[in-house]
Design a protein around this ligand. Structure first.
Ligand SMILES: [Zn+2]
Ligand SMILES: [Zn+2]
Length: 256
């Protein structure tokens, strides 16, 4: 069966009734992979009929709260109903500093967020260079991008050889073009309109330019701040990218 991607949050830190903070679900080879875990992610998973118990991996792009804030609540919820609610192991994959980030979370929440060692592991990827983490049902590579010291973009290749790339938050950088090269689907941040470029973020035309240079086959723009709602984001992206453009909406599903 072809891999599927469901947008759980196409928004930002700004509260919105239609756009949750960042997260998406990838279903591939019988596994459910979560990318980022902003506030409201668990509710969105319920809305698409996926239990938190079914998530095998959480990949974090970086530690900003709109991408990571539901993590503690997620781990706590895996304990209910006690004992031994969680059945399948969960792996959290993130950039450099995640172990320290997680130790500090544990100082706040203690055993509330500690899962049995046979059901929980952490993988800290290299943020200085490209890195690779191999799983049975899929392959994943990461690349440092320009936003925060721990920021990573991810590339997941499924069993059919189809490649999905997720930018996380980033400004223009060569690493993003490298990891996106020949991707079948790229989920790329496009935080602000072309005339409101912010440091550490992309605009529609910049995201399009990266996707065009990398020969991405289909581009999904996401992470829309409210300023994006009243402008023609697709038109701005079309000025630099000639392939199919999708503007992310919460609960939208795409087939890889
Ligand atoms: Zn950020
Ligand atoms: Zn963000």
């Amino acid at each position: 069966m072809a891999s599927q991607v469901t947008i759980l949050g196409s928004g930002t830190c700004v509260p919105s009734l239609t756009r949750n903070p960042c997260s998406f679900l990838m279903q591939t080879g019988g596994e459910n992979l979560l990318f980022d875990c902003g506030p409201g992610t668990m509710r969105r998973l319920l809305e698409v009929g996926v239990s938190i118990m079914d998530i095998s991996h959480i990949f974090l792009s970086h530690f900003h709260p709109d991408h990571s804030n539901e993590l503690a609540a997620f781990l706590f919820a895996l304990k209910y109903p006690a004992p031994a609610a969680q059945k399948q192991p969960l792996t959290i994959v993130a950039g450099q500093g995640f172990r320290s980030f997680f130790e500090r979370l544990k100082k706040v929440y203690g055993r509330w967020i500690v899962l049995p060692p046979d059901l929980f592991s952490v993988v800290e990827l290299d943020t200085k260079d490209a890195d690779r983490h191999n799983c049975t049902a899929f392959g994943i590579a990461s690349m440092p991008v320009s936003h925060r010291p721990e920021s990573l973009a991810y590339r997941i290749v499924d069993a059919d050889g189809k490649a999905l790339v997720y930018s996380g938050d980033t400004d223009v950088c060569d690493g993003l073009t490298d990891i996106a090269t020949d991707a079948d689907l790229m989920i790329c941040e496009s935080a602000f309109p072309d005339d409101q470029k912010a440091d550490g973020h992309l605009t529609p035309s910049l995201a399009g330019k990266i996707a065009q240079t990398a020969a991405v086959r289909r581009l999904v723009l996401t992470h829309f701040y409210p300023a994006c709602e009243n402008v023609d984001i697709e038109k701005q992206c079309r000025s630099t990218y000639s392939g199919p453009i999708v503007l992310a909406r919460d609960l939208m599903t795409l087939t890889l």
